[in-house]
Design a protein around this ligand. Structure first.
Ligand code: G1P
Ligand code: ZN
Length: 572
């Protein structure tokens, strides 16, 4: 094999954020940009010669081209084998599953998650370690440091590998094994959940709709829901992964998953016209795949996942399950799923996530950990056996079955709970609130702010921290304010600057944080939380219940005068 050593100059902006390095596609396409970063990863991880790597992505624009480059750099850097998902596809949780199952040295996942794709969209790359989880900060920091001094990269002069055919191929001296991206993951799901009970639920007329948003989960959801669980063909909508996600924004929330929202909230006919077009109708009849749905009803359950398959949104009929509540409901009902019947070691949530899970943990007598934003902080806790379930308010839920959050896993967990309890989504949540109290919660995002205005706003907030405690705002008195920092209980590493918290006497809180995943300007996230123990008041609209806190958030941050904005871009 001929290996070329290519001279390059370092880039100074290859700092991985909350979840890997994310930039515009055009940045990744610029000469040496991708190559430099991949070489910086390989230099940092120093895998022994002959090691095995996993590579795959969410299918977005530039996925295939990037994979060919990565394979050639891996071959030139002494890897023995690379497992690649067919067509370059591997959802983030499936990549984590494959890394763990085949005990590889690590993996490279190509995704910008829920960010839009296409030639003008975003691209991303992240490294996951042998436990299947995102590299911890000490590794991402070292990769960044290496990227700033890199002078050359090594690449094999070999032709591209055909990624559309399953099987083993030789690339220089390295083996490239093109694997079925779905099978291992689907088997893992079947080992965790009561598929028999879910099948019975579905054949009994319980209707579900899953929106894959033209992103990576389409093939996974079709295999699991329509094949293994017997849901009718057409249950999965927008199920074909497209490089630009059909020009959509593949983020499963009430704003962007609008087709699903229309089906679950809109006229009952919406589902039938969206999903059960005549072709799907015909194929369902022809293949006998499940009973045809009663056409006059809205589905009982709706769900969606994001670009790379790690996020989830859960809906009932005209009902939204807040992700913080979803984690708490899953924790409270975990014993219904065979994979979790033996009990939970503990739960963990990111700091801005509501305290709903804490209440369940307290009742179960298990610990609840509070970590900074980002899945990478859960890895150590799971590896040490301290937690079984983890979750973030940003539509992320998961467990120690892999080391990433997992969208379809959460959907299947809900289906398992629904099958076990025989109630509607709404009734399960209302009953949960009545039992534990409701942590009323919302996040307001202000996207595309000028970075300097956003930084100044955060500085202004911090400058008030010494004087705020004791001050009254409407019915709320400030108890304490801080800039959240976290000491990892397993390895002692410290992460500072993880979000500004203003906590009130009654336990309500406002958290301000700047996003670490954007590629343009700054995104300010304001997280709002209040506790409502009174069942008679719990069904109030979250925005109404949080109105007082929203006013305080604006006042403390001088949002309008500093950014010119009053209305959030996205409310979740
Ligand atoms: C966002 C979410 C965070 C999540 C991350 C990756 O990060 O807020 O919870 O882990 O995406 O999906 P942020 O943009 O806030 O840094
Ligand atoms: Zn994602």
């Amino acid at each position: 094999m001929s290996i070329r050593t290519v001279a390059t100059t370092p880039f100074n902006d290859q700092k991985p954020g909350t979840s890997g390095l994310r930039k515009k596609v055009t940045v990744f396409q610029s000469a040496h940009y991708l190559e430099n970063f991949v070489q910086a990863i390989f230099d940092t991880i120093a895998a022994p010669a002959g090691s095995t790597l996993v590579v795959g992505g969410d299918g977005r624009f530039y996925n295939r081209e990037a994979i060919q480059v990565i394979l050639k750099i891996a071959a030139a850097n002494g890897f023995g084998k690379v497992l690649v998902g067919q067509d370059g596809i591997l959802s983030t949780p499936a990549a984590s599953c494959v890394i763990r199952k085949y005990q590889t040295y690590g993996g490279i996942i190509l995704s910008a998650s829920h960010n839009p794709g296409g030639p003008d969209g975003d691209f991303g790359i992240k490294y996951n370690t042998a436990n299947g989880g995102p590299a911890p900060e000490k590794i991402t920091d070292a990769i960044f440091a290496r990227s700033k001094t890199l002078e050359c990269y090594r690449i094999a002069d070999v032709p591209d590998v055909a990624l559309d055919q399953l099987g083993s191929f030789s690339l220089g001296g390295m083996t490239v094994e093109v694997i079925d991206p779905v099978a291992d993951y689907a088997d893992l799901m079947e080992s965790l959940f009561d598929f028999k009970a879910i099948r019975a639920l579905l054949s009994g007329g319980f209707r579900i709709c899953f929106d894959a948003m033209h992103a990576v989960t389409g093939p996974y959801a079709k295999e699991i829901m329509e094949k293994r669980l017997g849901a009718p063909a057409g249950t999965v909508i927008n199920g074909v992964p497209l490089p630009d996600f059909g020009q959509g924004h593949p983020d499963p929330n009430l704003t962007y998953a609008h087709e699903l929202v229309e089906i679950m909230y809109g006229s009952p006919a919406a589902f039938d016209s969206a999903a059960f077009d005549s072709a799907a109708f015909g194929s369902a009849q022809a293949t006998g795949e499940g009973a045809l749905p009663e056409r006059s009803r809205r589905p009982d359950f709706g769900a969606a996942s994001d670009g790379d398959g790690d996020r989830n949104m859960i809906l009932g009929k005209h009902f939204f399950v807040n992700p913080s509540d979803s984690l708490a409901v899953i924790a409270a009902n975990a014993a219904l799923a065979p994979g979790y019947a033996k009990g939970l070691a503990g739960v963990a949530r990111s700091m801005p996530t509501s305290g709903a899970a804490d209440r369940v943990a307290a009742k179960l007598g298990i610990p609840c950990y509070e970590t900074p934003t980002g899945w990478k902080f859960f890895g150590n806790l799971m590896d040490a056996g301290k937690v079984t379930l983890c979750g973030e308010e940003s539509f992320g839920t998961g467990s120690d079955h892999v080391r990433e959050k997992d969208g379809l896993w959460a959907v299947l967990f809900w289906l398992n709970i629904l099958a076990g309890r025989g109630q509607s989504v709404e009734d399960i949540v209302h009953q949960h609130w009545a039992e534990y109290g409701r942590n009323v919660y919302s996040r307001h995002d202000y996207e595309g702010l000028p970075a300097d205005a956003a930084a100044a706003l955060m500085d202004h907030l911090k400058s008030q921290f010494a004087s705020l405690p004791g001050q009254r705002f409407g019915g709320y008195t400030v108890k304490l304010c801080d800039d959240f920092s976290y000491t990892d209980p397993i390895d002692g590493s410290v992460s500072t600057g993880q979000g500004l918290r203003v906590i009130f006497e009654d336990g309500s809180r406002i958290v301000f944080r700047l996003s670490g995943t954007g590629t343009e300007g700054a995104t300010l996230r304001i997280y709002l939380e209040a506790f409502e123990p009174d069942a008679a008041k719990q069904r109030m609209d979250a925005q109404e219940a949080l109105a007082g806190l929203i006013v305080i958030a604006h006042e403390l941050s001088q949002l309008k005068s500093r950014t010119g904005r009053e209305q959030p871009t996205v409310i979740t």
